[in-house]
Design a protein around this ligand. Structure first.
Ligand SMILES: Cc1cc2nc3c(=O)[nH]c(=O)nc-3n(C[C@H](O)[C@H](O)[C@H](O)COP(=O)(O)OP(=O)(O)OC[C@H]3O[C@@H](n4cnc5c(N)ncnc54)[C@H](O)[C@@H]3O)c2cc1C
Length: 463
C-alpha cells in the first residue's frame, strides 16, 4: 500500500466521489452522497462484499428513535448514549465525535429504515454492559449479513456502481495532501487508475494484518481473529504516508466467549442473564459482566488460553436469538449437563471446586471480582456449557477525523478532500480493549458513513 506524490496526474476515468470499501460505512456513504446528487463509485477488494459488517451481530445502538417509542421505550435519549460512550471509554475518546455520533444515531437509523427498509427492531429483552438503556437496534436474526444484503441491494437499486475484485493499492496525492485518485489492482494483475474529487476511506482497520497487530497490539496478535481478513490496515498505511493524525492504535474490540475450536461467539446474554466463566480449575477469574471486549484477554490469560462458559436454559432463550449463538448450537459447541459432576468431568477439574464456584455465585454475596449477581435469578440445572477462547473482533485505532469526517493532519487541519469512517477512523473506545461500548463498531460505521457521504457530496457539488 503506498502513496504516489505528484503535482498533476491525468486519469482516463474520474469519478467525483470514490469510496474504498463496501461494508456498512462504504455503502451508507454511497447512499448518502448519491441522495445529494453526487456521482459515486465504490471500490471493493472482494469478489463479493463480505466485510466485518456481514460477519457482525447486526446490532446498532441509537437513542430516542421512533422505533424505541413504538416499542414502548420512552426514556432513552442521545445524551444517555453519549454518556454511556464516555463512561465505557473512561472519557478517553474524542468527546466531540462521540457526542456527534450519539446525537446523529437516531437520525441515521430512522433514515435507513424509512428510505432503504433496513430490517431492524429494538432489542428490549436484555441490555449490554455499559448501556444505561437498551440502545440496540438489531436485524431479525441478529446477523450483519442481513444488513449488508439490504444495503448492497439499496446501492444497486439506486444505480450506484460497485467495482468488486478491485483492491485499492495506492493513492495519488499532491503536496498539499489533495487526493487526485487511486490505483487499483485486479486479481489478474491488471492495474487501473481512477481519478476523484473526493475520497472516502471505508476500508476498516488492521485486524487482518498480523504484522500490524504485532507492532501495535502484540497481545491481540495472539488472539483468534473473528473479523474480515481483508481488513489489512490500508487506510492507516495511507494515512501514515500522508502525515495524518492517527490515534489509539493500541485499542481493539475483543470477544471473551468464542467457542473453541469452533470459532463462533456466544450471545452475550449468556453472561448478562447470570452465566459466568471458569478456568480449567473450575474457578472464576473475572467480572465477566464488565464487558465482552475486555473479557477476551482475561480468558486468553488463563491456563491453556481457554475457559468454560456456564449458563442455563433461561439465559439460553435470550442468547439463542443471536445468529452466532444459533451457529454455536448447530456446530455442537454448546453441550447440556444435568449435574455439576458431569460438567467437572468435561472440564477436567475437581467437582468440589466447581460446585463451590456455582454455589458461591448462587448465594449472590459480594463478589470477589466486583460483579453484582443479585439482579438475576441463580442458574438452575440443566446447565449449558461451552469451551471458550478470547478473540479479536476488530481494531479501534485509526485516522483522526473532524465532525465532517474529514481526515486531519497532525496539526489538526483537515486534508482538502479526504474523508474516513467506520473502522478506518479512530473509534470511540479510547486507548485499549476495555473502552468498547457494545455496538460502537456499527455505530461508527453507520453514522460516519452517512456523514462522510453527505460531506463529500457537498464538497464536490461546491467545486
Ligand atoms: C463477529 C463480529 C461481530 C460483530 N458484531 C457487532 C455488532 O453486533 N454491533 C456492532 O456495532 N459491531 C459489531 N461488530 C463490528 C462491526 O462489524 C464493524 O465495526 C463494522 O462492520 C465496520 O464496518 P466498516 O464498513 O468500517 O468495515 P467492513 O464491513 O469490514 O467493510 C470494509 C470493506 O473494505 C474492504 N477493503 C479493505 N481494504 C480494501 C482495499 N484496499 N481496497 C478495496 N477494498 C478494501 C473490505 O474487503 C471490506 O469489504 C462485529 C464484528 C465482528 C467481526
Amino acid at each position: 500500500m503506498g502513496l504516489v506524490l505528484t503535482e498533476a496526474k491525468e486519469f482516463s476515468n474520474t469519478v467525483p466521489v470514490l469510496i474504498v470499501g463496501a461494508g456498512a460505512c462504504g455503502t451508507i456513504a454511497a447512499l448518502a452522497a448519491n441522495e445529494r446528487g453526487a456521482e459515486v463509485l465504490i471500490l471493493e477488494r472482494d469478489a463479493k462484499p463480505t466485510g466485518s459488517t456481514s460477519l457482525s451481530g447486526g446490532q446498532i445502538p441509537a437513542a430516542g428513535t421512533k422505533l424505541q417509542r413504538a416499542a414502548g421505550l420512552l426514556d432513552d435519549t442521545p445524551e444517555l448514549l453519549y454518556q454511556d460512550i464516555l463512561a465505557k471509554s473512561h472519557g478517553e475518546c474524542d468527546h466531540e465525535i462521540a457526542r456527534l455520533i450519539a446525537y446523529e444515531a437516531g437520525k441515521t437509523i430512522e433514515w435507513l429504515v424509512d428510505r432503504y427498509r433496513l430490517p431492524v427492531s429494538c432489542v428490549l429483552d436484555f441490555q449490554y454492559p455499559g448501556h444505561s438503556r437498551p440502545h440496540m437496534h438489531a436485524s431479525p436474526s441478529r446477523h450483519g449479513a442481513e444488513l449488508l444484503t439490504v444495503l448492497l441491494a439499496a446501492v444497486e437499486a439506486e444505480g450506484i456502481p460497485i467495482a468488486t475484485s478491485a483492491l485499492v493499492t495506492d493513492l495519488y496525492a499532491d503536496a498539499s495532501g489533495r487526493i487526485l485518485g487511486v490505483r487499483v489492482k485486479r486479481p489478474d494483475g491488471k492495474v487501473e487508475e481512477i481519478g476523484c474529487d473526493a475520497l472516502i476511506l471505508a476500508c476498516n482497520g488492521f485486524g487482518g494484518s498480523k504484522a500490524m497487530l504485532a507492532k501495535h497490539i502484540p497481545e491481540a496478535a495472539e488472539l483468534f481473529y473473528e473479523g474480515h481478513t481483508g481488513n489489512q490496515g490500508d487506510a492507516i498505511a495511507w494515512g501514515e504516508a500522508l502525515g495524518a493524525s492517527i490515534k489509539d492504535l493500541g485499542s481493539f474490540q475483543g470477544h471473551g466467549a468464542v467457542c473453541s475450536p469452533h470459532g463462533m461467539h456466544l450471545g452475550w446474554a449468556h453472561v448478562t442473564e447470570g452465566g459466568f466463566h471458569v478456568n480449567k480449575e473450575g474457578r472464576r477469574f473475572s467480572n465477566e459482566n464488565a464487558g465482552y471486549s475486555e473479557q477476551a484477554l482475561k480468558v486468553h490469560r488463563q491456563p491453556g488460553n481457554v475457559a468454560w462458559a456456564i449458563w442455563d436454559e433461561r439465559c439460553e432463550k435470550i442468547a439463542n436469538q443471536q445468529h452466532s449463538h444459533v451457529q454455536a448450537n448447530e456446530s455442537g459447541a454448546i453441550r447440556k449437563f444435568d449435574s455439576v459432576e458431569a460438567m467437572a468431568k468435561a472440564i477436567g477439574c475437581d467437582a468440589a471446586v466447581l460446585k463451590n464456584t456455582i454455589e458461591t455465585v448462587a448465594r449472590k454475596e459480594k463478589d470477589a471480582f466486583g460483579r453484582d449477581f443479585s439482579t438475576k435469578p441463580a442458574l438452575k440445572p440443566p446447565y449449558l456449557m461451552s469451551k471458550i477462547m478470547g478473540a479479536l473482533t476488530h481494531t479501534q485505532g485509526g485516522l483522526e477525523i473532524n465532525k465532517e469526517t474529514r481526515v486531519l493532519r497532525k496539526d489538526g487541519t483537515p486534508f482538502p478532500n479526504l474523508f474516513a469512517g467506520g473502522g478506518a477512523a479512530r473509534g470511540l473506545s479510547g486507548p485499549a480493549d476495555w473502552g468498547y461500548l457494545s455496538g460502537s463498531g456499527l455505530l461508527m460505521a453507520t453514522n460516519t458513513g452517512r456523514l462522510a457521504g453527505e460531506a463529500a457530496a457537498k464538497l464536490v457539488k461546491a467545486s
